[in-house]
Design a binder for this molecule. Sequence first.
Ligand SMILES: [Zn+2]
Length: 231
Amino acid sequence: MRMSNAPQLQPVLDRIDADFDNSLERLFALLRIKSISADPAFAGDCKAAADHLAKDIASLGFATEVRPTAGHSAIVAKPNGGAKGNGRPHVLFYGHYDVQPVDPLNLWHRPPFEPAVTDHADGRKIIVARGAEDDKGQLMTFVEACRAWKSVTGSLPVDVTIVIEGEEEIGSKNFVPFLEQNKEDLKADFALVCDTSMWDPNTPRKSRSRPPIAICIPASSEVARKIRSGC
Ligand SMILES: [Zn+2]
């Protein structure tokens, strides 16, 4: 995005910098929830993560629901009053709040659900916690970007629908039928999938497909294929 086409961008970036500590704490609050989808003992924690995220996203002015699936709940957040249909692009954002199991615990240098900023061997500061890089960190980056943009400009530059599932780490078998049942509600011009790795420590990976939907995905993702195909 060229700065000349987005005069709001620098104030938004400044806002992100100014609110960084609060953003970090909001991410840490999500990272502390033990939303391990593979273990039924953590089903309550998965629901707690869904409720926590839904409440946070609602605070940005979205109409937000925690919707049941045959397994762990999914979150759907839509623009208040529905999509405006005013010709602006409509983006569907996808993320997941569940995380992988943490066994064996003795291989962790610190408790996996007590997030902390630590020093990496290469000199960078990194966040260490289960889910920090898959996918709570990525999805909260998007949520925080929306928060900053709305706080500076009063509204987002595009219509955004958010869908966040709780079973990506166990194969999304209940999420795929959920997408099929809710496809009218999740229609959009583009899908943005923030569940990918980096090209290198400083370069996010971005890929796209042809219209009608562009996606950032690992090519092997069954969920992404379903979203791309409009299911
Ligand atoms: Zn993931």
